[in-house]
Design a binder for this molecule. Sequence first.
Ligand SMILES: Cc1cc2nc3c(=O)[nH]c(=O)nc-3n(C[C@H](O)[C@H](O)[C@H](O)COP(=O)(O)OP(=O)(O)OC[C@H]3O[C@@H](n4cnc5c(N)ncnc54)[C@H](O)[C@@H]3O)c2cc1C
Length: 430
Amino acid sequence: MNIPLSSYPRIVIIGGGFGGVSLAKKLSKQEVQVVLLDKNNYHTFQPLLYQVSTGGLEPDSIAYPLRKVLIGYDNFYFRLAEVSEIEPAHKKIKTNIGELTYDYLVVATGSETNFFGNGEIERHAMSMKSIPQSLNLRSLILENFEQALLTDDYHERDALMNFVIVGGGPTGVELAGALAEIKKGILPKDYPDLDTRRAQINIVQGGDCLLPGFSNQASKKAEDFLEELGVQVWKGVRVTGYDGKTVTTKTDLVFQSAAVVWAAGVKGAMVKGMDVADVLAGGNRIKVNEFNQVVGYPEIFAIGDIACMVTEDHPRGHPMVAQPAIQQGKLLGENLVKLLEHQPMTPFIYNDKGSMATIGRNKAVCDIKGYRFQGVFAWFVWMFVHLFFLIGFRNRMVVFINWVYNYIRFDREARLIIRPYKRDYSQFKD
Ligand SMILES: Cc1cc2nc3c(=O)[nH]c(=O)nc-3n(C[C@H](O)[C@H](O)[C@H](O)COP(=O)(O)OP(=O)(O)OC[C@H]3O[C@@H](n4cnc5c(N)ncnc54)[C@H](O)[C@@H]3O)c2cc1C
């Protein structure tokens, strides 16, 4: 990997997401050698992926080069590498570009889509966990409308314009709202020769409310906002299959759809070597103690989505959102220094800053530290918070200008089919 030996202890971080980047920044001025590995050479701001999928933002504005994160810091190395295995017994990791030993290892690999073992849905539905997946979805949405224009078969035409979003969490709700706005504001202008009023956006939620984990007030208001925008909300309906044409559910309800987005669950992005019985927690996560130390492996730590720290307040681990990852990354930076100085480490206490989701123009819901508010003010708060946490001044400016432009012009200019979507079935074993 061409990383020099150093007199400083080597800390290897797998994953340059919210957790990995926060940790790397904290360690940047310490007497340690930091090696950050990621399978992408950029950090992805996942909360805005749905805006890339729906043509509201270009992908570059929500990505940030990892090499730039710590430019100018000594003892910092980034390598573009996918880690395939951890060998704790030899304090070594294996990657597609070679092997590397570590003194301390931090697993910050985040999460991946959870299809709950349903191979048929995995083969045919779309995910939205990365920039390439969001671009695929953007292409599919636009290609479906181009196709709908050409077909004489009205059943096929309806299916091409029928969107089914499975999962009523923030991702599903935000995507449904954005699609509804496209239907209302953009499709009639882009496709005057197509009856786009027939386009349907369905959100299907297995539980009995949208935005579980939010207050009842926020959940109810989000549903009202979606219905105002013409989204069909189906609650208490479990999707059981999708063969590329028909969505089946546990009830009699079926949907004919050429675009199904699976936003119904995530699981930890596990690395071989940590998938052992005494470490594996529910949701494919890694069991850690209050210092984010992997149970039974004192030199290995896990932070963010992949880490499951069971506490009284969070008996199933912290929510898989950005704040726990950022906070754990920062604290672990301090704790690793303490560990090297033989000082006692500080236990992690999650500061829950609240939850928010946007449904569309002037429509958002926020539950922040006991305050619950919805509508225009919530929408401004949502925008401010997202701009604040985006990495990079240029990205903040580009996103801000895009949002102002889109707001004034009722537009989404990035509705481009740059790379036609083709499903790659080779990734599936059977
Ligand atoms: C569509 C969507 C919307 C979201 N919206 C919100 C929101 O509004 N608010 C919120 O708080 N949270 C939101 N989240 C969740 C939030 O993005 C995650 O909780 C957060 O990114 C977790 O941070 P992390 O550092 O644990 O992992 P990530 O940010 O996912 O980073 C993991 C990194 O590890 C790398 N990696 C993974 N495996 C390997 C490997 N084997 N080898 C090398 N590199 C690897 C990945 O490339 C990635 O860069 C959203 C997530 C999605 C998908």
